[in-house]
Design a protein around this ligand. Structure first.
Ligand SMILES: N[C@@H](CCC(=O)N[C@@H](CS)C(=O)NCC(=O)O)C(=O)O
Length: 219
C-alpha cells in the first residue's frame, strides 16, 4: 500500500477496479483533486490489516475526504454530489429522474458487477472447480443479460449520455462496466446504444483521465 499520509483527499483503489474507476470519474467530474493509494488486488493487499482497518469488507475503493472515511462507490459518489453540489449534478434534482438514474446505476452496481467480481470468480475457480471456459461463460451470462436490459432502460432517456446531454451517476457506472466487459471479450455489437454512449463518455476528459490505463499502478 502506498503511503498517502498528510493529503486532504485520498482514494484507495486499484487501476482495473470498476468500482474505483467510478469514484475517479466522479472526483474528476467535480474537479476535486485527490491522491491515489494503490491497493493491489492481484497481490491480495485488499486483505491486509492496514486496508481492512479502512474497509473491513476488503474491497476497493475507500475514500478519505478531509478525515472522513467512506466506502462503497455509490455511497461515495452520492456523498461527493451532496458535499460538492456544484455542477454537474450526478443525481438530478427532479425526484422521478433521480430515481431513474439511480435505477440504472444500481442495475450495474448491484445486479451485474457483484456477480463478476474477483472474489466471486476466484470462488468459482478455487471452491467449485469451475474451469476457465465455465467462468467466462458465467461472466458473459450476467453481463449480457444486464446489458440487454440497460439498452431498453436507457432507450427513452438517452442523449449523448445515459440521461440527456449531461453525465450522471448512470454514466459514472456505465463506462467502467463496459471497460470490464471488453476486458472479458464480451462483444458490444449487440448493444448499439450502450456503445454510442460509452464512446461519447470516453471523449470527456473526466472519464478519459479516470481510465485504468492512465493510472500510475497500471504499469
Ligand atoms: N459494492 C462495492 C463493490 C466493491 C468491489 O467489489 N471492489 C472490487 C474491485 S471492483 C474488489 O475490491 N474486489 C476485491 C476482491 O474481490 O477480493 C462498491 O461499489 O464499492
Amino acid at each position: 500500500m502506498t503511503d498517502a499520509a498528510n493529503v486532504g483527499r485520498t482514494l484507495y483503489g486499484y487501476f482495473r477496479s470498476s468500482a474505483a474507476y467510478r469514484v475517479r470519474i466522479a472526483l474528476n467530474l467535480k474537479g476535486l483533486p485527490y491522491q491515489q493509494a494503490a491497493i493491489s488486488l492481484l497481490k491480495g493487499e485488499q486483505q491486509s490489516a492496514g486496508f481492512l482497518a479502512l474497509n473491513p469488507q476488503g474491497l476497493v475503493p475507500a475514500l478519505v475526504d478531509n478525515g472522513v472515511l467512506l466506502t462503497q462507490s455509490l455511497a461515495i459518489c452520492e456523498y461527493l454530489d451532496e458535499v460538492y453540489p456544484a455542477a454537474p449534478r450526478l443525481l438530478p434534482l427532479d425526484a422521478a429522474l433521480r430515481a431513474q438514474v439511480r435505477a440504472v446505476a444500481l442495475a450495474i452496481a448491484c445486479d451485474i458487477h457483484p456477480l463478476n467480481n474477483l472474489r466471486v470468480l476466484n470462488y468459482l475457480r478455487q471452491e467449485l472447480d469451475v474451469e476457465e471456459e465455465g467462468r467466462n461463460g458465467w461472466y458473459r451470462h450476467w453481463v449480457t443479460q444486464g446489458f440487454a436490459a440497460l439498452e431498453a432502460m436507457l432507450a427513452p432517456h438517452a442523449g449523448r449520455y445515459c440521461f440527456g446531454d449531461t453525465p450522471t451517476l448512470a454514466d459514472v457506472c456505465l463506462l467502467p462496466q463496459v471497460f470490464n466487459a471488453q476486458r472479458f471479450n464480451v462483444g458490444m455489437a449487440a448493444y448499439p446504444l450502450l456503445s454510442r454512449i460509452a464512446a461519447n463518455l470516453e471523449a470527456l476528459p473526466a472519464f478519459a483521465e479516470a481510465h485504468p490505463s492512465r493510472q500510475a499502478d497500471a504499469a
